[in-house]
Design a protein around this ligand. Structure first.
Ligand code: GLU
Length: 251
């Protein structure tokens, strides 16, 4: 027995891509090697793109490959309330703030050649001002308060090694939309915390999210898991394997 807990977390928005199958395989191998647990979590919060048909083909694909799981399937959509709660917790602890800027205002700033990311207009509001606006019914999103200093998010990826991202290169990103729905980035972290995931083994496309997610873990007072990002699956010409180029074999 070990305390290793890994997860395979497909989004049921298409067939099981060979790259995702490899991600599942590595999670499975790591769980089996360490005597840990493999959790299957279906990340179905993109309601428009998620389909039962995709889910069925993914589950069939895993079974066909002989990749079983110990716990689940869990469904991300069943936990949206918890994800929104986490955003509120960030707000209460001062790790996030309400942003009342409208789409139009943000667009204008961008057209006006605004510097990188959100300019922090609402970050400057006092708690009383922010409360007042919220109480007046002005819609707001919740933005994470990225540290404004010379520091950086640093973590050791099991595959890519030391990764460093300067705070100044991370904008005050949104964690909750104005309709109260959480952003995927946050949901994914909250689920990993709840599921006690010790090792996040996922595709390289997740790497762009990781620095912001590390900030969320820290702000929520949770232990940061070990990350292992798997490089893209390439063909012998070093081209990304895609259904368009490689046909049915990809699925
Ligand atoms: N649902 C994500 C995907 O299918 C998984 C991201 C993750 O493993 O953290 O790409």
């Amino acid at each position: 027995m070990s305390d290793v807990r890994v997860r395979f977390a497909p989004s049921p928005t298409g067939y099981l891509h060979i790259g995702s199958a490899r991600t599942a395989l590595y999670n499975w191998l790591y769980a089996r090697k360490t005597g840990g647990k493999m959790i299957l979590r279906i990340e179905d919060t993109d309601a428009e793109r998620s389909t039962q048909e995709s889910l069925d083909t993914i589950l069939e694909g895993l079974k066909w490959l002989g990749l079983d799981w110990d716990i689940g399937p869990y469904y991300q959509s069943a936990h949206i309330g918890e994800h929104a709660e986490a955003a509120k917790k960030l707000l209460l602890s001062g790790s996030a703030y309400r942003c009342f800027c409208t789409k139009e205002e943000l667009e204008k700033k961008r057209e006006g050649g605004a510097e990188f990311g959100y300019d922090g207009t609402c970050r400057k509001l006092s708690e009383a001002q922010s409360r007042e606006k919220a109480d007046a019914g002005i819609p707001f999103v919740v933005r994470f308060k990225t540290p404004k200093d010379e520091g950086a998010v640093v973590f050791e990826d099991m595959v890519y090694g030391r990764i460093e991202k300067a705070h100044k290169d991370i904008e005050d990103f949104i964690v909750l939309r104005s309709d109260g729905s959480p952003l995927y980035l946050l949901s994914n972290v909250v689920d990993d915390i709840r599921d006690g995931i010790t090792h996040v083994i996922r595709g390289q496309d997740g790497l762009g999210n990781t620095p912001r997610q590390v900030l969320i873990y820290t702000a929520l007072g949770a232990k940061i898991p070990t990350f292992a990002h798997l490089p893209l699956t390439l063909d012998s010409q070093k081209a990304k394997i895609s259904k368009r180029k490689h046909g049915e074999a990809v699925a």
